[in-house]
Design a protein around this ligand. Structure first.
Ligand code: KG4
Ligand code: ZN
Length: 331
């Protein structure tokens, strides 16, 4: 069983030992946080507390299992919102004590990487872009269990660039979904927003892009008449920046597959452009496994169990933000 509560999704999934997804039950708090224009941590944790047991029960009944059938409990212990993580971890530790089931703590970002393995067979070496609301990281994957951080964002994450851009355009949270929707009817070449190009580095930067959108709408009185074109052009800059560095990394490391994970991997233009660029080498999980979900946490747990990496010790902490993956140090 995989349990995920790091942000605003309470999600519980059950996988069998061949990584078949038996259930993936998610309560998304998006509607609750919409009125605040973003996730409010205290409200998020209160809703996790309310939903965690019903979602665990739902996941069990969808999989046609009882808690006693579960061999391992895999739970996200970071990075994420600390009070949200604590709900998932404390609940999992309590079930572990009562039912005598071993717990495996899972790094949320490693979970996102593992989401690519749920539905696909991956060839190595591969490159994985994890682009979410809080992270934009490129990884080199030598195999299922050995991976290295190649680069990350120096400021905003790609999802954050979508969310903040949407706010500037007066759109709802989560902004990525809204911009993706509007952009479908827009011209991506309408305006050229800046694409950060950091010389000889594979790192990302999105804060300048967001600022240029802000100045653009402040200067143009009638911008609302062209909101679809603006959304499309803004999205194109994010996608171009993501793919530029991903392509550089894939060439540098001779990648056999290029994997995309995290909420931003739902983006339809990213999917289209990546397929044009990488053909069948590009791998995208289906949308339900891109945004935060319990299945990716269970999948990462399964990889650890299979590689004998698991060390059962219920005395593990939660962490809001820590770099656990070794960095290749490429700058
Ligand atoms: O992975 P995720 O569900 O949560 C985090 O770990 O952060 O990612 C959420 C992010 C949000 O910033 C949201 O705007 C973005 O994913 N997102 C999208 C799309 N769907 C969700 N961004 C672009 N296009 C989308 N279709
Ligand atoms: Zn995530």
């Amino acid at each position: 069983m995989g349990i995920e509560t790091s942000c605003d999704e309470t999600s519980v999934s059950i996988l069998d030992s061949s990584s078949k997804v038996l259930s993936n039950s998610t309560f998304s708090q998006v509607e609750i946080h919409k009125e605040y224009g973003g996730v409010v941590p205290e409200i998020a944790s209160k809703n996790h507390l309310k939903k965690i047991l019903p979602i665990i029960n739902l996941s069990l009944s969808e999989a046609n299992k009882k808690i006693g059938d579960i061999d391992y409990l895999c739970v996200t212990n970071g990075p994420g919102l600390i009070n949200c993580l604590m709900i998932g971890v404390a609940t999992t530790k309590a079930i572990s004590l009562l039912e005598n089931i071993d717990v495996i703590p899972i790094n949320h970002l490693e979970g996102h990487i593992a989401s690519c393995f749920i539905e696909n067979k991956i060839n190595f070496p591969s490159i994985c872009l994890v682009a979410s609301g809080g992270h934009t990281n490129l990884y080199l994957l030598e195999d299922e269990k050995k991976f290295f951080l190649i680069s990350s964002t120096l400021d905003d994450a790609a999802g954050e660039a979508f969310d903040k851009g949407a706010k500037i355009l007066g759109l709802n949270y989560p902004g990525g979904v809204e911009i993706d929707r509007l952009a479908k009817e827009g011209d991506k070449n309408f305006h050229s927003f800046p694409i950060a190009s950091l010389e000889s580095s594979l790192d990302f930067s999105f804060s300048g892009l967001k600022t240029s959108l802000k100045y653009y709408v402040e200067k143009k009185d009638n911008w609302k008449a062209h909101i679809n074109h603006i959304a499309s052009s803004y999205q194109e800059s994010i996608v171009t920046s993501l793919l530029r560095n991903t392509q550089k990394a894939s060439i540098k490391f001779n990648a056999k597959n290029i994997l995309f994970a995290g909420g931003v991997a739902c983006n339809s233009r990213l999917r289209e452009a990546a397929s044009e660029l990488f053909g069948v080498k590009a791998i995208f999980p289906s949308n339900q496994f891109c945004t935060d979900n319990g299945a990716m946490i269970a999948m990462r747990g399964l990889q650890k169990i299979k590689s004998g990496e698991t060390k059962v010790d219920n005395n593990f902490p939660v962490f809001s933000s820590v770099r656990l993956t070794p960095h290749l140090g490429l700058g």
